[in-house]
Design a binder for this molecule. Structure first.
Ligand SMILES: [Zn+2]
Length: 369
């Protein structure tokens, strides 16, 4: 009888134990930080063309909305305050950054039971299970700084917690990976002064989009870990400078920084010709396994502590991998990592733990300097 009791207890224990390991359950119990989601610009584009936009507090046709964020377990999306390269040329980037922040603030303010603005890494671990999505801001393209170091503090006060130094074109801060014009040979003089100022204020330096020379200069100058908010590995996309090389991953990790894997098919594989315009009739999509191949390789190169996710949802159109089409999809990614033997603890580092560790180090430095 006692043996049967023991057996029953063991079986119950096993069932509970197994149930706790389901991908959905891990997604709900763990802090998920996705460091690059482009919904604000999508909202603005729709607003500009139709006079209205879809309600991200319920459900939308975008890659992000509140209901799918909850079902996917997403706690902290970093919304991109994206400034197209032309906005530096025509002098509208400062104004555009403020417009996008105002727009997102108004949506957050109108939905206090669903959204709130995240401006610190503190307490993020309490978010899972609360039915609240904490929205953080990252500025994609430092164009809006307009050559003024004081604007780092200004945008910090407006909620910006990382700045991607440049975007598709070389700007007044840095050369761009996409731009053949490498006029600064890396960072401009202003760019070299900007990095210590970002360190002092507590804004994370994001090297996605910059040229290789600018990357190494930024990593060397920064006193705090540096991130790639939405880049993948060049190993899988040879010669494509927008992704990072193995030696760059090592330099990033040596400084305590992280590579946040971009889910766009072009970032994951070479199956499509990147020099050609997107053509849905010939376009081949990557798979979840490709995303985890990138994660595996970062882990092989530098270990589990230097990789995370920066999906680029709402920023890469219809090029997302099969099975990872929107913010409800994180459990699918977790399932693939489990299949490859990642422990729950490792998966939690990738989902958000690593990003929060970097953010804390950046905050800590700013407090002391
Ligand atoms: Zn981008």
């Amino acid at each position: 009888m006692e043996d049967i009791n023991r057996l029953c207890i063991l079986i119950v224990f096993l069932i509970v134990g197994c149930a706790e390991q389901s991908p959905e359950d891990i997604a709900q119990r763990s802090l998920i930080v996705d460091s690059h989601i482009d919904t604000p610009y999508r909202i603005k584009a729709q607003l500009d063309s139709t006079g209205t936009y879809e309600d991200i507090a319920s459900s939308t046709s975008y890659d992000f909305d509140y209901l799918r964020a909850l079902s996917g377990g997403l706690n902290v999306p970093f919304f991109s305050i994206y400034l197209p390269a032309y906005s530096e040329d025509n002098g509208t980037s400062f104004e555009l950054a403020n417009e996008l922040i105002d727009l997102m603030n108004s949506i957050i303010d109108a939905n206090p039971d669903k959204f709130f603005l995240v401006d610190t890494s503190t307490y993020l671990g309490n978010l899972p299970g609360q039915n609240l999505v904490g929205i953080a801001y990252g500025m994609e393209n430092g164009a809006a700084l307009e050559g003024e170091l004081d604007n780092v503090k200004y945008f910090y006060k407006r909620g910006i917690r990382y700045i991607t130094l440049t975007h598709a074109k070389t700007n007044h801060i840095s050369d761009s990976s996409y731009d053949l014009n490498k006029q600064w040979g890396g960072l401009s003089d202003f760019g070299k002064k900007l990095i210590p100022e970002m360190n002092k204020v507590g804004v994370i330096v994001d090297i996605s989009h910059v040229s290789d020379a600018a990357f190494f200069q930024a990593v060397n100058i920064s006193k705090t870990p540096v991130i790639a908010s939405h880049s993948s590995l060049r190993h899988f996309t040879p010669n494509w400078e927008r992704n990072v090389s193995d030696s760059m991953v090592k330099a990033l990790a040596e400084k305590g920084g992280i590579l946040q894997i971009n889910f766009g098919t072009n970032f994951l594989t070479n199956v499509n010709d990147k020099s050609k315009a997107y053509d849905p009739s010939t376009y081949i999509h990557a798979d979840i396994t490709d995303v985890v191949d990138h994660i595996d390789r970062v882990v092989e190169l530098v270990g589990i502590d230097y990789v995370g996710i920066g999906s680029d949802y709402d920023g890469v159109g219809d090029t997302l991998p099969n099975g990872l089409k929107d913010v409800a999809s994180y459990p699918n990614l977790i399932a693939e990592m489990q299949k490859r033997g990642y422990s729950t603890n490792d998966i939690q580092k990738i989902l958000g733990g690593n990003f929060v560790r970097v953010w804390r180090e950046v905050e800590e430095y700013a407090r002391n300097n």
